[in-house]
Design a protein around this ligand. Structure first.
Ligand SMILES: NC(=O)C1=CN([C@@H]2O[C@H](COP(=O)(O)OP(=O)(O)OC[C@H]3O[C@@H](n4cnc5c(N)ncnc54)[C@H](OP(=O)(O)O)[C@@H]3O)[C@@H](O)[C@H]2O)C=CC1
Ligand SMILES: CC(=O)N[C@@H](CCC(=O)OP(=O)(O)O)C(=O)O
Length: 345
């Protein structure tokens, strides 16, 4: 199978390259660029010396359908909206890692992303690729919208509680932290070493573009869910997301009972590891892997549950989940090319 990556020079694209060039079903990986046509890929990433002999090629929308079977788009918001209408989408499958195709309501996209929404027909045909929750649709998808990094950690952390009606719908608070690679490779004042090192920053308070994505997914599981509180913090580390989730339990509850719901919900999900009671995952325990690890507790004093969900933002939060979806869309084993032990310490 031939695959292509738009945005290969970015962090998400480079992680896709790492996974796809070792994938047993991938024969050729074409690396597209919007700005560096003809450059050796190794020049962008010297750690690939002796590994990569590919050159970047410019994006020619008219010929992509003849070059690849599956196109991965690891480009900034707006690129998929612009490029996809120019491609013959009957001939190839597409997996977009940006937020362009995630929100079904275009008005919501335009409000939160502050840019024009993609063609509604393409948005409507895109399947939301939270791998563990949407398997039948993903298996039949031709255009797949890969979830955001924070939504992946948050929705997986909440799904068993929300779908089993265990928590008060208006009480959900998600307190999330991320490593700096979540902001991509481009330079900027917000990711400057002196701004990040020995610092902890809250950002996009009550305005993060992932809020409507999380609400959309939770609402589909429980229509009483409308608004959630979701805050994001930048942590001086390279990879990793931790979402610490708080909500009021609906009735009588115990940590043992809560755990049993989570274990049952994820019984067949290789990439979601529910921890035993008393054990909470840290970001390093999933570093470089496609796992989402979840720890939980019920506090009898307050009647609240605490759920901790961690992922590697570039893996389960981006490229890893994209490959998991690629596997399902093409009838391969879901874990193919992804059975990677987390790098520790
Ligand atoms: N980093 C993360 O943890 C996550 C990222 N995402 C999403 O994945 C996408 C990629 O993110 P990330 O890799 O971090 O970003 P980067 O900024 O690291 O890379 C994006 C790449 O997109 C290419 N690009 C820029 N403009 C355009 C354009 N107009 N058309 C096509 N390609 C373009 C650039 O490559 P070139 O100049 O060679 O074309 C660039 O290297 C984003 O939409 C991001 O929101 C989602 C989940 C997690
Ligand atoms: C650290 C950092 O800046 N992270 C980014 C991650 C979002 C992202 O990747 O963008 P999508 O909307 O396409 O998912 C942020 O919080 O906006």
């Amino acid at each position: 199978m031939n695959v292509g990556i738009i945005g290969a020079t970015g962090y998400g694209g480079n992680e896709l390259y790492r996974l796809l060039t070792k994938h047993p079903k991938v024969e050729k990986c074409i690396l597209y660029t919007s700005s560096e046509d003809g450059k050796a890929y190794r020049e962008s990433y010297p750690h690939l010396t002796g590994i990569s002999d590919e050159f970047l090629v410019s994006i020619d929308s008219a010929s992509i359908d003849k070059e690849v079977d599956v196109l991965f788009m690891a480009s900034p918001p707006g690129a998929a909206a612009e490029i996809l209408p120019q491609i013959n989408l009957d001939q190839i499958k597409v997996i977009d890692l940006s937020g362009d195709l995630r929100l079904k309501d275009s008005a919501l996209y335009e409000k939160w992303y502050k840019r024009k929404a993609a063609d509604q027909k393409i948005v409507d045909s895109a399947v939301y690729g939270l791998s563990e929750l949407n398997k039948p649709s993903i298996m039949n998808a031709s255009i797949l919208s890969n979830p955001g990094c924070f939504p992946t950690a948050s929705i997986l952390g909440l799904a068993p509680a929300v779908s089993n009606d265990l928590i008060n719908e208006s009480s959900i608070i998600i307190d999330a932290k991320t490593g700096v690679s979540g902001a991509g490779r481009k330079a900027g004042i917000g990711v400057h070493y002196s701004e990040i090192n020995e610092n902890l920053k809250i950002y996009k308070v009550n305005g993060h573009q992932h809020i409507p994505e999380i609400e959309q997914a939770l609402h589909l599981m429980n229509e009483n869910i409308s608004a959630i509180t979701f805050q994001t913090h930048l942590v001086p580390m390279t990879r990793g997301i931790m979402a610490t989730i708080y909500a009021d339990a609906k009735g009588e509850m115990s940590s043992e009972e809560l755990l049993a719901y989570y274990q049952a919900f994820y019984r067949d999900s290789y990439f979601v590891r529910v921890r035993p009671l008393g054990e909470f995952p840290s970001t390093k325990e999933v570093y470089g892997s496609n796992f989402c690890d979840i720890g939980l507790s019920y506090d009898e004093r307050t009647g609240r549950v605490t759920i901790v969900s961690v992922i590697d933002n570039l893996m389960k939060g981006a490229a890893g989940q994209a490959v998991q979806n690629f596997n399902m869309m093409n009838g391969f084993e879901e874990t193919m090319g992804l059975e990677i032990t987390p790098q520790y310490p």
